[in-house]
Design a protein around this ligand. Structure first.
Ligand SMILES: NC(=O)c1ccc[n+]([C@@H]2O[C@H](COP(=O)([O-])OP(=O)(O)OC[C@H]3O[C@@H](n4cnc5c(N)ncnc54)[C@H](OP(=O)(O)O)[C@@H]3O)[C@@H](O)[C@H]2O)c1
Length: 422
């Protein structure tokens, strides 16, 4: 047996090639793995039923019986696409997938056969060509986040080719290349059923491994710079209720009635996101999300400060657009941030490290600054007292990319900022 697999670390993507017997091609083994052999009596029944039907069905002219027989054959359910993927109505399509039966380290991941069904209404089935590997997969494997049930197949990011579409589905067809990031879990598999609404088209010019490595982390970076820091609004109308004229009224007997006053103002969206003039602090600046975040914040004109653990990562962070890099194993993060910002502090801290960085993050913030805590690589921070925020009127948010890509419009907006779609 030889195993052809590809793993690239950083923005991680895994090519999902499988063990293939020596001397055989992937196509050679494809048929056998997609069609499970039937038990002998069942196979005999399947093979002979047309003849029984032909000779023992109710009396009909021979031509009618023949055409009915052909109709039954032609409507026997098969997956759409090539003949290789055709399945009999009583066989089950089996594919290989990583399964986790008990929580723990990487050793609990088992490569097993699983059944993949036919897509139902609103669903598609994809043959996975590359998957994204994310920190969240580790959380589910270890039990930091609870999977709905055991055993389960991890993975929340993939690119694949559509092999079947559910009944009545339009806008998606067999052969399309699509990507997805987020729910449902289960991308560590040769094939997967997905709701069609989570699928994003992938242009032929885009390498599948690149697309699979950038969707989840890229959409997270988009949410963090454009939506989680301050409120996102395309149009803002300032209104307030004034009771003033009535309180001035001489007649104290009348109850005061307030009046709605519209101050005008429709502010451009850019006012409400990271922009020129802001200073941002990104922990784990050379990590998967961190490196994208630094590039994005830099491109929006902000001054970017990154923290990393070593020199090599410092060089990477500088390349990714950090104006200042702090090696936290050698330098005091809070003191350096105060020095860089002339004592003011930063407008926003993007903190994916959690337990180890929370305190410094709060200390690095300017008055009315934002702590955007979006991960916990070092563990979940201890409960946060409100007094921590009160000291500087701080804002705290714990965003998840998935909560910002709920509707199809939100998803397309985020994905469209990461991958070109046309
Ligand atoms: N909220 C969301 O929607 C969302 C989406 C994607 C990811 N996330 C979260 O963001 C975090 C980072 O994800 P990522 O994909 O960027 O991961 P990553 O590429 O593996 O980066 C993690 C980095 O964190 C730093 N780190 C500090 N303490 C650590 C520790 N105890 N264990 C491991 N790493 C530690 C390391 O950088 P240094 O060596 O420089 O310290 C490490 O390279 C994860 O917690 C992930 O779950 C959240």
């Amino acid at each position: 047996m030889r195993r052809t697999s590809h793993v690239s670390i950083g923005l991680a993507a895994v090519d999902t090639n499988l063990p293939i017997p020596e001397g055989a091609t992937r196509e050679d083994v494809g048929d056998d793995r997609s069609i499970r052999p039937l038990p002998v009596p069942a196979a005999a029944a399947v093979a002979t039923w047309p003849f029984f039907f032909f000779f023992f069905s109710p009396p009909l002219p021979h031509r009618r019986r023949l055409s009915l027989l052909l109709l039954l054959f032609s409507s026997t359910p098969t997956s759409q696409g090539s003949n290789k993927e055709a399945t009999f109505f009583c066989s089950k399509k089996m594919v290989k997938a990583i399964r986790i039966h008990e929580l723990g380290g990487p050793e609990v991941m088992k490569w097993e056969e699983v059944q993949v069904g036919e897509p139902k209404e609103g669903e598609i089935r994809i043959r996975t060509t590359a998957i994204g590997v994310n920190f969240i997969d580790i959380y589910f494997r270890k039990g930091v986040y609870s999977a709905p049930a055991l055993p389960f197949t991890p993975g929340m990011e993939a690119v694949g080719v559509v092999t079947a579409v559910g009944p009545g589905l339009t806008g998606r067809k067999v052969g399309d290349v699509v990507a997805y990031a987020g729910n449902p879990m289960g991308s560590y598999a040769e094939e997967q059923i997905l709701p069609a609404r989570v699928a994003i088209p992938v242009l032929p010019s885009i390498d599948h491994k690149v697309a699979a490595s950038v969707m989840l982390k890229g959409m997270t970076a988009h949410v963090l710079v454009r939506r989680a820091f301050k409120r996102y609004a395309s149009k803002m109308v300032v209104q307030y209720f004034s009771c003033y004229p009535y309180l001035q009224s001489s007649s104290r007997s009348k109850p005061p009635r307030c009046k709605r006053i519209q101050l005008a103002a429709s502010e451009p969206a850019s006012v409400l996101q990271v922009q020129r003039g802001h200073t941002v602090l990104v922990h784990a600046a050379a990590g998967g999300v961190g490196s994208l975040l630094c590039q994005w914040a830099n491109a929006l004109g902000a001054t970017v400060i990154g923290t990393v653990s070593n020199e090599e990562k410092a060089a990477q962070a500088t390349q990714d657009g950090c104006h200042h890099v702090i090696i936290y194993t050698k330098e005091d993060v809070v003191a350096r941030v105060k020095e860089i910002t002339s004592g003011k502090g930063v407008n926003v801290v993007y903190d994916s490290v959690g337990k180890d960085t929370y305190k410094a993050s709060v200390e690095c913030l300017a008055s009315r600054g934002f702590l955007v805590s979006f991960g916990q690589s070092s563990g979940i921070p201890d409960p946060i007292p409100l007094s921590d925020l009160a000291s500087k009127s701080l804002f705290l948010t714990r965003p998840s990319m998935m909560h910002y890509t709920v509707t199809r419009e939100e998803l397309l907006e985020s994905a469209g900022e990461v991958l070109p779609m046309w």
